[in-house]
Design a protein around this ligand. Structure first.
Ligand code: LMR
Length: 398
């Protein structure tokens, strides 16, 4: 049975972790996967999470099966965060939200559901995009193509290219958009450009799927989520996947969600019933712990305020690391103008380094980023940044 099974290539992001863990270089730095580490290089356990867990342990609960769509209070809290508790679609009960296994889980449930209702549609992702977008929508049965996004020459977004591609896309095309903190480039479009994208998507009758994995890592929770309000105002149906992996530092708990904005309550009820089939036939129902933590934090005013403060702390530290990187690369002898790094936002910097340079960084210096040149600036700290800058300088000079 397995004789003809071929060895699959390593995952371009998570596969790097395996290589990093096996590396014996004492100076190794993991800028591969999108994970925030604090200035001591430690994965933070947020104080708001610890307080919520303490509260949960004081009144321990048995772990029965959750409903297929997850904890009702969690789904409600997600809708409140993403759309606003008093927003029209939430008040009209026309948003179907399900708890999902991280942002990836939300995307997968959405992709499976879309394949059920629109199997012939094409999927358009940005060029470049998070590596898993293509794989995930392909696995769900779609043909995946790309719309222009990044221009290396401009060191920014090729907005004309993006808009032209959207205006040429056939009706029903599913368009995956990064709500904020574009992964991998770190370049977002402006609010005015979003208006143009939304108008194009609406007039071409495309299906928008917003991936919002980094809310709070760009300008702030509300600012990063502002595009959702714009889509609501445009009166279109759309999908939003949410992740709390990064914003709550709960990577291993797999806490996320999928929300589908529908025309009315009746439609949302029917969509929800189908999403539940996708979940039931995949992993039955989601786990309890992480979603209970997030619900407790989001619905307890002091914990919510603490979370916002801790998230702001992560956001500010990343910005400081970007500025330090620009300064220290120059000091290490890099001739090129690297100031673009502090114009990018979110966890990543698209460094412009080639695959060969990224491989050299890894093999000679133990500095891990993806082959595409993406580096996770959220993993830089005051102790590893000099080694990273010296290594990049050496790779760029020879
Ligand atoms: C990343 O892009 O590194 C993160 O979203 C983690 C992942 O699952 O790939």
């Amino acid at each position: 049975l397995f004789q003809s099974v071929e060895m699959a290539p390593r995952d371009p992001i998570l596969g790097l972790n395996e290589q990093f863990n096996a590396d014996t270089n004492p100076q190794k730095v993991n800028l591969g996967v999108g994970v925030y580490y604090d200035d001591n290089g430690k994965l933070p356990l947020l104080e708001c999470v610890q307080k919520a867990e303490k509260q949960m342990m004081e009144a321990p609960k048995a772990r029965g099966y959750l409903p297929i769509d997850g904890i009702a209070a969690y789904d409600q809290a997600v809708r409140g965060l993403v759309f606003g508790a008093d927003s029209e679609p939430v008040k009209s009960n026309r948003v179907a939200t399900v708890q999902a296994l991280g942002g990836t889980g939300g995307l997968k449930i959405g992709a499976d559901f879309l394949h059920l209702v629109s199997p012939k549609s094409k999927v358009l992702i940005s060029d470049p995009s998070w590596e898993n977008h293509r794989a995930l929508f392909s696995q769900a049965g779609f043909t995946v193509e790309a719309y222009p996004y990044y221009s290396a020459a401009k060191r920014g977004v090729d907005f004309d290219g993006m808009l032209t591609a959207l205006n040429l896309a056939p009706e029903g095309t599913i368009v995956v958009l990064h709500a904020c903190c574009h992964n991998p480039t770190g370049y977002d479009i402006t609010p005015a450009q979003w208006d143009q994208v939304i108008a194009a998507v609406k007039s071409r009758k495309l299906v928008p799927f917003l991936d919002m994995a980094y809310q709070g890592f760009g300008q702030g929770i509300a600012e990063d989520g502002a595009v959702i309000g714009k889509f609501v105002a445009s009166g279109q149906d759309f999908f939003v996947s949410t992740s709390f992996s990064k914003s709550f530092s709960l990577y291993g708990e797999r806490v996320g969600a999928l929300s589908v904005v529908c025309k009315d309550k009746d439609e949302a009820g029917r969509v929800l019933s189908q999403l539940k089939i996708m979940i039931r036939t995949n992993y039955s129902n989601p786990p309890t712990h992480g979603a209970t933590v997030v619900t407790t934090v989001l619905t307890t005013p002091e914990l919510r305020a603490l979370w916002e403060k801790e998230l702001a702390g992560m956001r500010v530290r990343i910005k400081q690391m970007r500025e330090a990187l620009v300064r220290k690369l120059k000091a290490a002898g890099v001739k090129e103008d690297m100031s673009f790094i502090s114009q990018q936002i979110g966890m990543f910097s698209y460094s412009g380094l080639t695959k060969d340079q990224m491989v050299r960084l890894r093999s000679e210096f133990g500095v891990y980023g993806t082959d595409t040149g993406r580096m996770c600036v959220a993993a830089l700290n005051s102790k590893n940044i000099d080694h990273v800058c010296a290594s990049v300088a050496k790779v760029l000079s020879a």
